[in-house]
Ligand binder design. Structure first.
Ligand code: ADP
Ligand code: MG
Length: 709
């Protein structure tokens, strides 16, 4: 299996340790490693400039003095004198050309500078233009003799690099880094940074070569050249990431065996014709078709199903489980909280109660005797479906023949946990991951690029949009009046408190204080209140929850434990306390608990007077739209991709140059092109792709892509 690849990446000079760079020395090299993680020559090349200074132009003095920015100009030094005493002592020089005059001023190192300058000589000067007493001046300019060779200024822009105080103290500030980088680039040949993108692609975009791009991102001839270099290197990053994901996905499609759910049988038909309580939406039907296509092909399904809150993902899950049962396979449905698992269990049991299916609920608080029976039933196949929390992942949970695993609200489950599901059957079960946390398309593409992807983009008919308003604390009494009026109409209300404090204990105190306060407005026995929080015993939580579900209590006071999934269609008001403390997607999730029935629903965001700008932006967005995808985009914009839930562990999001928000278009292009390439040449056997393949092989293990399941 010997493969001859004629291109070598990073093999020679670029992998040299940074201490080998001429003039660097071991001490400074150590500091570079510690402070900037620069270990090799290549790392230094990947340490990109923050910005550039333009010294390519030399302006006449009259032009320079009318600017109020950094300028470069030249002239004859016609005068040089020391003025003032003590602290106001300063050195002033006057520079003159045919067009005008300019003062240069120094407050420090006066003696040394005076000694090195000479009136009557021509000088090249660079610095920030300022004004003093009506005269143009530059203080502490960079100054050097103006020779004929320098007449046109520098040939490239000068890079300024990010550095640290410690580095600066050891003569490794932005300037010195520029010197080292320049020196390194001088020593490199184009073959040291060989092209890794297919030539055709480079030509299509009119990109500079990889070597040229590296030179130009550090020392560009002008701004346009810098822009092109950045564009090329960003594209390279995004394209390679997308290519890796496409290859992983392809590999899975080709080689993963999956159980075949070939037939739509009696159970599915009976349910569909006799028990389905409503007509499916177009989107539900389409997604179901996509899922059936996946599962009928003999390869393992790994599908992400995205649908806004209330879009009806549970029904899709249920129908998929019926397909599994029709084909003789067991299913599991895993939810992030006990409350949600219990609710799924009772909802689904109710829907299929007339059918010959045995369903179990398994969570951390299932009693030992019952657990034993359930484990036995799963092992011998007498239980068809099991619904539960991550207790289902434990090794003790063994199946007779597991064919399908559905994970609800995925962002609470880590990637590693997902992988544990695969081991529950000889042939890995089909996996359907459902989430209502809308992930912006760009992120989904990157974080879950190896999964297949379905989306429910349509709400069931008859839903009214939820009205959302922002109210300040001092309007609390009128908010309470409003809630009272809704309750009088027979509806129910949620009051949600944030989980923010360092300790559970403080959060609980905060919640209980809020509860007492609400109780003062809604006294027993006219009003009844359920309280649900994370520190309750499971059975207490369950009782409180059930009372609210059955409309025995009017109000539910809760922490964010009810964030996902809970379904009480009669609840029409959601009051979110200290709303400024919640993230945007969390607010959207919470709001999704209302608006689930036919009645008009309301969401009230309560805050104190102190609301910072970001929080204000979040509240404004919530009041303006109900569209989860718009909200997700806004969230991404406000927080940046690193903070978006569920993507934190993804190494693929750590780009050096590219930014998933501002470089969306480039990402789309990269994705499209990577997909097309993998489709046309999945093995990268085409000679045009040799370099690409060699590059990917050289990078194996260096990047975090194996972290993505
Ligand atoms: P989510 O996608 O947030 O999990 P659910 O599955 O909980 O949404 O569905 C929300 C509500 O919409 C439930 O009460 C469910 O019964 C109802 N529902 C789902 N699909 C439809 C449909 N096609 N027509 C009418 N109601 C539906
Ligand atoms: Mg749900």
């Amino acid at each position: 299996m010997c493969e001859i690849v004629s291109i070598h990446f990073d093999a020679t000079i670029l992998s040299s340790p940074i201490e080998y760079l001429k003039g660097m020395g071991p001490l400074r090299a150590d500091l570079l490693k510690k402070e900037l993680s620069v270990f090799t020559y290549k790392d230094l090349l990947d340490h990109f400039p923050l910005r550039h200074i333009d010294k390519t132009r030399v302006d006449p003095i009259r032009v320079a003095t009318s600017a109020n920015d950094y300028v470069q100009t030249a002239g004859v030094l016609v005068q040089l004198q020391v003025l003032g005493e003590g602290r106001s002592k300063r050195l002033i020089g006057t520079l003159r050309d045919d067009t005008g005059e300019l003062d240069l001023i120094w407050f420090q190192a006066i003696h040394w500078i005076q000694k090195n300058l000479e009136t009557g000589q021509s000088y090249l000067v660079f610095g920030k233009m300022g004004q003093f007493n009506g005269r143009a001046q530059i203080s502490h300019p960079e100054i050097e003799l103006y020779s004929r060779e320098k007449a046109g200024g520098r040939s490239t822009l000068e890079p300024i690099y990010p550095s640290t105080e410690k580095l600066k103290a050891k003569s490794l500030g932005g300037r010195q880094l520029a010197k080292f980088t320049g020196q390194l680039l001088q020593a490199l040949q184009p073959a040291d940074l060989p092209e890794n993108l297919p030539e055709k692609l480079v030509a299509t975009f009119g990109f500079p070569s990889r070597f040229e791009a590296y030179r130009q991102i550090h020392f560009p001839a002008n701004e346009a050249a810098w822009r092109q270099a950045v564009e090329r290197l960003k594209f390279e990053e995004l394209f390679l990431a997308q290519l890796r994901l496409s290859l992983i996905r392809l590999e899975r499609h080709r080689y993963s065996k999956g159980v075949v759910f070939g037939q739509v049988g009696n159970l599915f038909h009976e349910f569909y014709e006799q028990h389905l309580p409503f007509a499916l939406t177009g989107a539900q039907k389409r997604v179901l078709k996509e899922i059936r296509a996946d599962m009928g092909q003999g390869r393992q399904m790994n599908r992400l199903l995205q649908g806004d809150v209330g879009s009806g993902k549970t029904m899709v899950a249920l129908l998929t489980m019926l397909l599994a049962a029709d084909n003789g396979f067991q299913s599991l449905l895993m939810a992030p909280t006990e409350i949600l698992a219990a609710q799924h269990y009772s909802g689904i049991s109710e829907l299929v109660k007339k059918m010959p299916l045995k369903i179990a609920l398994l969570t951390g608080s299932t009693r030992a005797a019952e657990r034993k029976m359930i484990l036995a039933g799963l092992a011998d196949g007498s239980i068809h479906w099991v619904i539960g929390t991550h207790a289902l992942l434990e090794d003790k949970v063994v199946f007779y023949q597991l064919g399908l695993a559905i994970v609800d609200e995925q962002h609470r489950f880590g990637v590693a946990q997902r992988a544990r599901l695969w081991k529950k059957a000889v042939v890995p079960p089909h996996i359907l991951v459902m989430t209502a946390t809308p992930i912006p398309r760009t992120l989904a593409m990157t974080a879950y690029g190896d999964l297949d992807y379905s989306i429910i983009d349509e709400l069931p008919p008859g839903r009214q949009p939820i009205s959302t308003v922002h109210r300040y604390e001092h309007a609390r009494a009128s908010v309470m009046d409003f809630v009272r009026a809704e309750i009088a109409k027979g509806r129910q209300a949620y009051f949600i408190f944030p989980l923010i404090e360092e300790s559970d204990k403080l959060d609980l105190e905060n919640l209980m204080r809020g509860y007492e306060n609400i109780k003062a407005f809604f006294p027993e026995p006219r009003f009844w209140i359920s309280v649900v929080h994370g520190r309750q015993a499971a059975d207490v939580k369950e009782t409180n929850m059930q009372r609210f579900v059955q409309n025995d209590t009017h109000i539910m006071v809760a922490t964010t434990v009810i964030e996902v999934g809970v379904n009480v269609p009669n609840a029409s008001v959601m009051v979110i306390e200290s709303a400024e403390k919640f993230g945007l997607s969390q607010l959207h999730q919470l709001r999704g608990r209302v608006g689930r029935g036919a009645e008009k629903s309301f969401c009230i965001l309560l805050t104190g007077m102190q609301v910072n700008n970001d929080a204000r932006e979040r509240l404004k967005t919530m009041c303006a739209t109900n569209d989860g995808f718009l909200i997700a985009e806004k969230d991404l914009e406000l927080r940046g991709p690193g903070d978006i839930e569920g993507t934190r562990q993804s190494g693929e999001l750590n780009f050096r140059l590219a930014d998933l928000v501002s470089d969306r278009q480039l990402l789309e292009q990269a994705k499209r092109m990577a997909g097309a390439l993998v489709e046309s040449d999945p093995e990268l056997r085409d000679p045009a792709h040799t370099a690409l393949r060699a590059f990917l092989q050289s990078q194996k293990g260096k990047l975090a892509w194996s972290k993505i399941s």
